[in-house]
Design a protein around this ligand. Structure first.
Ligand code: G6P
Length: 609
């Protein structure tokens, strides 16, 4: 997946495009490029590496003249990150330039067709076939060529297209990838995300699938595939989308970890009245929720890990059969969901391709979909039957922390709501949990305040090349996230294991010096977990243990290093237990001198399947 941006107006385009790309780097950052119309030709500068490289190459855009252009920041799918595979891609004659987010699935077939017609390709990408096909079909009418080209493409795309024959316009098209158009003063924009243009305008048009837009500096015309003109509303963005700044923090990830007390409070406070949970967002789906006989929770990466916690909690407290399924697996697994299934879709970005596809499949099968989403107006937010927003604010670091915690807070609220409706918890029991819920922000702060201890533990273990996270039940679910955090930002191989499962094979990997991170916050299974710790220590592992304060006495001496988490209601322990794991990973990555906010090979929003 990638970020695309376009500008046409009276100002110099390149600096505006670079500014926009900066806001889209979360979508990919292995290469970047610009194409600007300049005196009868398209100037293209593109390069492997971060946006900074392009910035330097173009002297902040000053080296590129022209008031219309398109830009791209890439996460490689087809073809390694390199100068030649960077976008924009141009047709053989250099007259048509294209930026693309998505995957052209039939690109090989299209490439063969074009090669047989003598077209010479200069990259390994799927995108280049779009530029070449456009030229192949172009007979003087660009829009017609676009229409013909799109009709040949299989896969997904958000496209920005320019041609030297039409210097007064940019063409945009979308299928299954986000794309917005924005209306400026004597200028117009296109972008993968509102964030890229909000500095200039808050009036946007959301392009839908199979729509084509012709953008000039004073008009935006939108057509369907039959080329009928459509009348689409201009939406004024009134939600807060202020640019996050790192301030005095070295990394966004650290800043976002520190923001968690506030984020939890912002997410839960508007949904509590006294000690009651009020989820008005569910009003339109309440009857469906009441008759649901099972719950499926879908998501990818950390969002899926929140789902695993949801599964344990919904079954335990609301007594509803529940399962968490990876969105990428759900779609192709013949899931047994129907109109009596409640599907909860979790996504920070609301744009993850696998999650969108899974949500659409669940809806097609008749289930009711509740989405837990951070980005307002995103595809998942728009298409779900009901949305509960996490008020985490913009999350910049690729490794999620505050959005994860906000999602977890919403899961707690949902769990209480379901348990109340099904009369599986008394008012008193609910009120007890809510009282503790309100204390989460201050307890998280207490953990953050003890971060030096975690920094010290990181200094002991940052050179390990293999780490196992073990825990049972909710602790296991937290291990999944702790392990992912460590591997994504520090590049240390790590695995999360249900502690009881370790002995069925994986324990053969434990040898003297292997680090095992053990979570022992779940009181009922504490003794069993301690037995598992003893097993790995007997084989020479170093154990870094995390236990609740109330178990301090029994835990002392069971691990080589230990960190204690404030006591809370059992349902809420994951919200506390995850914090020291985030901090531990952060410090390990810091000591290994890793690129913490933008780890290699990753992107924050994964808009390809
Ligand atoms: C990417 C990110 C993960 C994230 C996952 C799901 O892989 O690197 O941190 O958990 O996508 O993203 P979503 O936006 O759907 O929560």
């Amino acid at each position: 997946m990638c970020g695309i941006v376009g500008y046409i107006g009276k100002e110099e385009a390149a600096p505006i495009l670079l500014e926009g790309l900066k806001k889209l780097e979360y979508r990919g950052y292995d290469s970047a490029g610009l194409a600007i119309y300049n005196n009868g030709k398209l100037d293209v500068i593109k390069s492997k590496g971060r946006l900074d490289t392009l910035y330097k190459l173009t002297d902040g855009g000053k080296k590129m003249e022209g008031t219309a252009g398109i830009g791209h920041t890439r996460w490689a799918t087809h073809g390694e990150p390199s100068d030649k595979n960077s976008h924009p891609h141009v047709s053989q004659s250099g007259k048509i330039a294209v930026v693309h987010n998505g995957i052209i699935e039939n690109y090989q077939k299209m490439k063969e067709l074009l090669v047989n017609h003598g077209v010479k390709f200069s990259s390994d990408t799927d995108t280049e076939v779009v530029a070449q096909l456009l030229e192949y079909y172009y007979e003087g009418d660009l829009l017609e060529a676009v229409s013909k080209t799109l009709s040949r493409l299989e896969g997904s795309y958000a496209l920005g297209i320019m041609s030297v024959d039409y210097p007064d316009r940019i063409i945009a098209a979308r299928k299954e990838n986000p794309l917005i158009l924005a209306v400026g003063d004597n200028c117009n924009y296109l972008a993968s995300d509102v964030a890229a243009v909000v500095k200039y305008t808050r009036d946007v048009i959301y392009l839908d699938d199979d729509e084509i837009a012709v953008i000039t500096n004073d008009r935006i015309n939108i057509y369907n595939t039959d080329m009928d003109e459509l009348n689409k509303p201009v939406v004024h963005i009134d939600w807060n989308i202020s640019d996050p700044e790192k301030g005095s923090y070295e990394h966004f990830m650290f800043k976002e970890i520190m923001e968690q007390p506030k984020v939890i409070s912002d997410t839960i406070s508007p949904r509590l009245k006294g000690n009651e949970v009020i989820l008005n967002e569910l009003d339109n789906v309440r009857s469906k929720i009441d008759k649901a006989s099972q719950i499926y929770i879908l998501g990818c990466g950390s969002a899926y890990h929140v789902g695993v916690i949801g599964k344990y909690l919904f079954e335990k407290y609301a007594r509803i059969p529940s399962q968490a399924v990876l969105a990428s697996e759900f779609r192709y697994s013949s899931p047994l969901v129907d109109e009596n299934t409640l599907v909860i879709v979790i996504s920070q970005s609301g744009e993850t391709a696998d999650t969108i596809a899974a949500m659409r499949e669940a809806k097609r099968l008749g289930s009711t979909v509740i989405a837990i989403v951070n980005v307002v107006g995103s595809t998942i937010a728009k298409e779900a039957d009901s949305v509960i927003y996490t008020w985490a604010g913009i999350e910049v670091a690729v490794a999620t922390t505050k959005a994860y915690s906000a999602q977890l807070a919403v899961i707690h609220l949902l769990c209480l709501e379901l348990a109340k409706n099904r009369k599986k918890m008394t008012e008193h029991e609910i009120s007890e949990v809510v009282s503790e819920l309100k204390l989460l922000p201050s307890k998280i702060q207490r953990i953050i305040d003890c971060r030096e201890k975690l920094q010290y533990y990181a200094s002991l273990y940052f050179n390990n090349d293999s780490v196992f996270f073990i825990g049972r039940n909710l602790d296991y679910a937290i291990c999944l996230e702790g392990s992912l955090k460590l591997k994504e930002i520090s590049y240390i191989h790590s695995e999360a294991y249900a502690a009881g499962e370790l002995k069925h094979g994986t324990i053969s990997l434990i040898e003297p010096g292997t680090l095992v991170v053990a979570l022992a916050t779940y009181e009922k299974l504490f003794d069993k977990l301690v037995s598992n710790i003893t097993e790995v220590r007997a084989r020479g592992a170093d154990v870094l243990g995390f236990a609740s304060e109330k178990m301090r006495e029994s835990f002392e001496g069971n691990a080589d290093s230990a960190f204690y988490i404030p006591n809370t209601h059992e349902m809420l322990t994951p919200s506390l237990a995850v914090i020291p794991l985030q901090l531990f990973s952060y410090y390990v990555a810091l000591m290994r001198d890793c690129d913490i906010d933008k780890p290699r090979n990753l992107a924050k929003s994964v808009t390809v399947e």
